[in-house]
Design a protein. Sequence first.
Length: 79
Amino acid sequence: MNIENNQIMLVQTADTSGTPPNLFLAVDLVGAGEDELVVVSQGSSARMVTGQNSSPVDAAIVGIIDSLRSGGAISYRKE
C-alpha cells in the first residue's frame, strides 16, 4: 500500500468514563472524515498495515465505526 497520498488526521481518544482525551496523529488508510468514530492500529501493527515495515508510521486509521453497542444498548450510531 502506498501511503504517500493518504491524509494525516488528528485523532482524539474516546471513552465513557470522562477521562480527558489524548490527541495524536494517524495516517488515514480508509478515507475517514472529520468527527467520525474510527478504529486505530498503533505501533508495529500500524506499520504492518501500511505494508512498509520501515515507514515512520506509528498510528493508522484502519476502520470507520457505523454503530457501537454497549451493554445491549446502542451507544453510538453514525448519522
